[in-house]
Each structure stands twice: as C-alpha cells, then as structure tokens.
Design a protein. Sequence first.
Length: 135
Amino acid sequence: NTYRFFKLTADVVGTASVNLQLRLNNDSAANYDYTDVLNGAAGILTNAAAQILLGTLATLLRATTTIIIAKPVAAQQAMVSAQTSVGTAANTPSVDDVAGTWRNTADLITRIDLLTSASTYAANSRFVLEGNRTP
C-alpha cells in the first residue's frame, strides 16, 4: 500500500520576504506547470518551472496554505490544487489560488517539500500532512 493522495496544511512565518514553493520527490528540473490566480485577477500560466509557486510572504508575516496533491498511479502526472492566504503589513490579506501539475509519469510521490525561495521559516511555523493509502 502506498500513499497516493495528500493534503498538506501549513501556517508559516517567514524570516525574510520569500516565495512559498512546492516541490515533489526533490525534483528541481523544469517539470512543473501551474496557473496562479492572485486575488481573483486573471490567471498567470507558468510552464516548465523548477517548482510550483504558492504565494509570496513578507518578512515576519504569516501565510496559511492548504495543498491537495493527487497521483493515483505512477504513469499519470500529479495534480496539485492549492490556496494560500497571506497577511500583509497594511492589514490587506491576499489569496493565491494555484492549479498545477508535476510532469513525472514514472514515480509515485515519496517526498513533499514546502520550500522558501530564500531563508527559512520562523519559529512556531506549523505543518500537518495527511495522506490516503490505496492498494
């Protein structure tokens, strides 16, 4: 039995102004495609990226993200759906809605990384990973 469906929820604080990024199986090649909709504006399509961009977090402000990942069989691309709410210094929160794919059609998911573009997460950042095992 292998996990094929995942839900990752995170409440994070950045130690610098950073981009929140998702990477699967430590694959940093140009194998990700995604559309990002910020605050309901027109979606921006990015192809052949090294990760999926989930949102931008300002220094010492919070973001909450929920990511759903489905890869039921190795021969299919992984589908990713995410929503990230980001706090701002001006008390005008923003929301990023992201739909994406991981192009890998050979492997199931064995590793999930929620990265920052620089620096690290501050103390008291929290992560919860849930999965569904299927035969």
